[in-house]
Design a protein around this ligand. Structure first.
Ligand SMILES: [Zn+2]
Length: 105
C-alpha cells in the first residue's frame, strides 16, 4: 500500500457526503476545533441525509490528493475548485484556532 500521511490513523472516521461516495470531487475540508472532527465534502448543497461517515483511509484511496491535508490545523479549512486545483487554506470563521499553526499556512 502506498504511503500516506494519514497512515498513523487510517481508521479515523471523518464526515463526508454521498456525492463524494458517488465520485464527486471533495472541494471543502474543515478540521473543526470544537470536536477535532474532520469534514470532507463536495460543493453541492447538503442536507443531513447527505452526510455519511467513512474512514480517512477509504477516502484517501478514492482521492489521493486528500493526503495533502493531513497537517491541516484544527480551526482551519481548505477549499479548491476541483481535484485539478491546489488547496487554499484559511481559518474557519467563528471557530477557535491554534495561533502556532498560523505560521504554517
Ligand atoms: Zn456533497
Amino acid at each position: 500500500m502506498a504511503h500516506f500521511p494519514f497512515s498513523e490513523r487510517p481508521h479515523l472516521l471523518v464526515l463526508t457526503c454521498t456525492h463524494v461516495l458517488e465520485g464527486a470531487d471533495v472541494t471543502l475540508c474543515c478540521h473543526h476545533f470544537s470536536d477535532n472532527a474532520w469534514e470532507f465534502v463536495c460543493g453541492e448543497a447538503h442536507t443531513e441525509e447527505d452526510a455519511i461517515v467513512l474512514s480517512i483511509g477509504e477516502l484517501c484511496e478514492m482521492d489521493p490528493t486528500l493526503h495533502l491535508l493531513s497537517d491541516l490545523p484544527v480551526g482551519a479549512c481548505a477549499v479548491r475548485k476541483n481535484r485539478a486545483y491546489a488547496w487554499q487554506t484559511g481559518r474557519i470563521a467563528g471557530e477557535d484556532f491554534y495561533p502556532a499553526a498560523e505560521s504554517r499556512m
